[in-house]
Design a protein around this ligand. Structure first.
Ligand code: FPP
Ligand code: MG
Ligand code: MG
Length: 338
């Protein structure tokens, strides 16, 4: 009897090849004659990235193209490439904003080159991404990816302040999570749907499903990220743990914990700025059901993502291995350790 992963192996291999091409494309697109900028821009595109964004986008794109042997169109692959480039540009900026010194298992770009050059490298990657996006020549797709960039900046900006009441804090956290993470998955999945040359089906409906899948997957993915921040070690993550609390940020585990231990509100509002605040917060999170509720919420988003996949048109033989792989990826995001 074959295990689930064994059955998926041929599909996994196809996507792996897509990712290799994307990696090659990224390095090629970023090449320039300015030697230091060249090196700096490519620095974080190494083997340590999970490439989860292009993985989801390529699998989604191939799942649509059933009438065409699940072929991946060049423009769809370009969306996957852009998803990873925009994400990485935002991480380079994020490490400057967060004064974080490690990323993907090595010193952050800002540590190696200083914040000025790191910020410019992020801008450079974004600039190249804009050129590639324009080259696709589809104005709806341009709008979707422009929205991603707008949302990333809004999400990062929202994190710089804290809302007064706990109800507002949770809503703000969910909005911020959509902006920072889910928007990229949602809008790139939708873009991949629009670029599929699909016939005989309601394209707008399918694009909306793709968006909803990406949104729910992204919410689950970030909730797990926020959970790992309070459960993992620096080595597992390849970046510092309890980083969120240290930055003054309240994410799901502490927000849930504060419903049980209202004394956390004082710490949340002063953004864990006094000595002992972080230790106390960790202690109360551990005593509360904050971690379990965070996991449960992630599960709900993941279930919704899988439910949406069941609305997708199935092939004539009744199964679509790329859709099955998306379900597998959604479930594994709940189990990931880094
Ligand atoms: C990582 O969050 C940060 C993001 C996903 C978005 C960052 C966005 C910006 C800095 C705005 C600029 C955007 C562009 C496109 C240049 P985190 O700090 O919670 O995660 P981490 O633990 O990986 O650092
Ligand atoms: Mg950060
Ligand atoms: Mg940040």
């Amino acid at each position: 009897h074959k295990t689930a992963t064994e059955e998926l192996q041929p599909t996994i291999n196809i996507i792996k090849e897509d990712l290799q091409l994307i990696h090659r494309d990224i390095l090629q697109h970023l090449g320039c004659y300015e030697q230091e900028l060249n090196e700096l821009a490519k620095y974080h595109f190494d083997a340590k990235g999970k490439l989860i964004r292009p993985m989801i986008i390529c699998t989604m794109a191939r799942s649509f193209n059933q009438q065409q042997d699940n072929f991946l169109h060049e423009n769809q692959r370009c969306i996957a490439t852009l998803g990873e480039m925009i994400h990485t540009a935002s991480l380079i900026h994020d490490d400057v904003v967060d004064s974080s010194d490690r990323r993907r298992g090595k010193p952050a770009a800002a540590v190696q080159w200083g914040p000025k050059k790191a910020v410019l490298a992020g801008d450079y990657i974004l600039g190249i991404s804009s050129v590639l996006l324009a080259r696709i020549g589809n104005s709806d797709v341009v709008s979707l990816l422009a929205r991603v960039i707008q949302d990333l900046v809004r999400g990062e900006f929202m994190q710089l302040s804290t809302k007064e009441s706990d109800a507002e804090q949770f809503q703000d956290y969910l909005n911020k999570t959509f902006c920072k993470t889910a928007s990229l998955f949602a809008n790139t999945c939708k873009a991949a749907a629009l670029l599929g040359n699909l016939r005989d089906i309601n394209l707008n409906q399918l694009a909306d499903y793709a968006y909803e899948f990406g949104k729910n997957f992204g919410m689950a993915f970030q909730l797990i990220d926020d959970l790992l921040d309070v459960t993992s070690t620096d080595d597992d993550l390849g970046k510092p743990a309890t980083a969120d609390l240290k930055l003054g940020l309240s994410t799901a585990p502490v927000l849930f914990a504060s419903q049980q231990f209202p004394e956390l509100q004082t710490l949340i509002l002063r953004r864990f700025s006094e000595s002992g605040d972080i230790e106390r917060a960790v202690e109360l999170i551990d005593q509360s059901d904050g971690k379990a509720r965070t996991y449960h919420l992630a599960q709900q988003y993941a279930n919704e993502a899988c439910r949406i996949l069941s609305e997708f048109p199935q092939s004539s033989n009744g199964s679509n291995r790329f859709l099955n792989y998306l379900i597998y990826l959604t479930q594994s995001t709940l189990e990931r350790r880094h």
